[in-house]
Structure formats: C-alpha cells, structure tokens
Design a protein around this ligand. Sequence first.
Ligand code: KE4
Length: 430
Amino acid sequence: MDCTKSTELFKKACEILPGGVNSPVRAFNAVGGSPVIIERAKGSRLFDVDGNSYIDYMGSWGTALVGHAHRNVIDTLKETLENGLSFGATHAKEFDLAEEILAAFPGMESIRFVSSGTEACMTAVRLARAYTKKDLIIKFDGHYHGHSDSLLVKAGSGLATLGIPASPGIPEAVSKYTISISFNDIKALEDVFARYKGQVAAVIFEPIVGNAGFIRPDVGFLNSLRDLCTENGSLLIFDEVMTGFRVAWGGVQTLYNIKADLSTLGKVIGGGMPLAALAGRREIMNHLAPAGNVYQAGTLSGNPVAVAAGLKTLQILKSEEKPYERLANNCEWLLRSFSDSACRYGIPLQVDFEGGMFGFSFSSKKIRNFSDTENIDFECFNFFFRKFLELGVYLPPSSYEACFMSLAHTKEDLEKTGEIFEKICKLRVS
Ligand code: KE4
C-alpha cells in the first residue's frame, strides 16, 4: 500500500500540531507507525490522500452511524448553510432536536446542547455538585468522560482512596474530589459510599464501556449502582456519549431499564458535527443558568448546522426498518467470523457487541474491568491493526477502543473483513 503522501503530510503536521494531530489517539502511538491522512469519507469507506480506500469500523469514533456523508444529511446541510452558519441566538430547530432526543430517553425532561462530550460531562459534574451540595464524584477505572480536570483522574494507590491526577496540570486539590474504583465491583462501591457517607454528589460511568475495550456491566450491577445512589442521595450520571443512539434508540439505560438522573450524549446526535448534550429531570436541569445559578455557556451551543446534521441523522435512523437489528446482526456475523478464524489458528479472542457497537480483544480471559486488560496481548492487536490497514480495513488505532458498525456497511464489506481477518491469523501463526 502506497502511503507516500500521508507520510510526508504527517511529517509536516508534526511541525505545527502537537504530535501532528488535534486529538492524541489519531497519532497511532498505541499501534505504531505513521497515521494515514484521510481525504474523504463516504458510506462505510474512508479514502486517504494516496488514494487508498478502507472499510471503516471507527466511524469517526461512533459518530457515523448512518454512514459517512449520507446523501440526505448533505442535502439538509446545503439548505441549512444558505441560511447562515451560526446566530448566537436561539433557533427553532434546537427544539425539534431536543424533543426528538427527550422522546427517546424516558425520564429525561430537559436538555442542554453543548459542543463536545467533554463539556457535557464537565457540566454534569458541576450540576450534580450544586444540586446535591456535595463534592465527591465517583468514576470507574478506564472509563473516559472527556478531558475536564475533575474527570482526568485515576485510582489512588489503594482502593477507595482519593483520586490522583491522570495528567500533569491538574492540581491534587481538584483530583482529590474524584474517586476512581474498579467497574463491576459492587463491594468497592459500597465501601466508598460507607467511607465517604453523605459526601458523594454523583457516580458517573460508561454503562457499556467503550474506552477500555468493550466491557459490559455484570448482571445486576446497574441495579445495585442505581440503588446505592438513591440510598445515598447521590445522582447517577449515565455517560452515553458513545452508547446513546448507538446501542439502542434510548441508549443503555433503556435497554437495561435503569433510571438515570442525568445523561450525557454526543457523537450520533451531532451526525458528525460538533454537538453533544446534557439531559435530565427538569428539577435538576433547572439549576442550570439562566433558569438557575449553575453557570454553563457556549458560543456554538446548539449551532444550527450541527443541529441540522444531528436531527437529520436521527430522522434517518427512525425511518429505517429495524436499524438496530440490522446493526446487531452485522456485528454478530463479523464477530462470529473473527472467532471461527481465531479458534482455527489457536489465537485467544474475546468478542462482544450491543447494537452497532462491538469489541474484540486478544485475551484468553473475559474483560470485566480495567485491571483485566492486563491480560490483553496488545502486540497481537497492533499486528492485526497494521495488517488490516495494509489490506484496506480501518480499525480504531487502540485495543482500548470499541469498534463501530454503520447502516452503510454491506454484506460484501463484512465478508471481505472476515476474509482479511482469517488471512492475518494465518500470517500471525506462520
Ligand atoms: P468529546 O469531548 O471527545 O466529544 O467526548 C468525550 C467523551 C465522553 N464520554 C465518552 C464515553 C467518550 O467516549 C468520549 C470521547 N470518546 C473518544 C473515543 N473513545 C473520542 C476520540 C478522541 O478522543 O479523539
């Protein structure tokens, strides 16, 4: 595969962009080698500056659920752009998107649009602290909620100890109000609530994890989590930035029928444009300015172009015949093909999926929490990633990332991907 132009452009990028990228994971540091530079995307495909095409299972990190550059989205955007890009004032389409999203999430009565998942999660934390008048936040190791100071925190040395900064530049005075514990560990959660009785404002978590590989909650874990938050007067914040409208129309909370106090959304609801949201019960959300005194703002919040892309994306989803069944069937078919090949060649593989989100990890042990990820053969993943890329398949460039199916992926795409996986297994063992 010729990557001459990509390599040249990336060298140039490294002179003017930190690490050559505008978001770290794009630099391929986890998988090695130089990233390909994408020129355009259409349907299930990415096309790089050297003219190579790729079957895309990254889907702009889950955004491209209906496929890249969907004709109806493009046509809607052309029309929208004629009326202007940004008003800095309220426009009617914001209500249409708001109503569409709130109708999909029972219990969510009010929503605030922002421009990124980071903003949505950061605001959810501030709102939860103001509403409960408590300061501590509990999160889970390996769960990612964007890069705000309170949430870039990793587990302290011992269980249930106060968090430590996950990045330079975050004062201990901030990270100590966040505690990170192991996912799927109810005992650890009970201990934290007991140890910091009456101090926990909220638990924020990825209900199906997509940032530590694909990790599903144990049976009963979400119910116990819900009960513990209710008993302790703490809010339960579902970070569904990745899973919202991705695993099901109403996200994980609808699938598992668990009530969220606040939910954060992103990716799919922006249809590829910068748009995310915080939603929840009106009595909580009305603490946000100007209804209440919890300040939050944004120049491009509810931007008309982003709102138009998101609204059309959801309308396309709604118009499709059983979209989540189609997405799930495609994920199941692909993962069965991977598992059959891996088994034939004696390569340990864990697989799982929900709706249009799937994951696979080269591990002989099921991954239930972040510490289990030490069982993953990352070198094996990197081998598969590079070979897949050479052979025309683009995966998220890290074994810690989930993969994404779109409504544009065809049976031919899946069969080709399965054949390539088999080919790489053969190369791996030869
Ligand atoms: P953004 O600020 O990147 O829009 O959203 C942050 C965020 C919040 N919550 C969850 C569950 C998320 O997955 C994300 C962002 N996801 C990553 C991919 N795992 C974005 C890709 C990147 O960082 O470049």
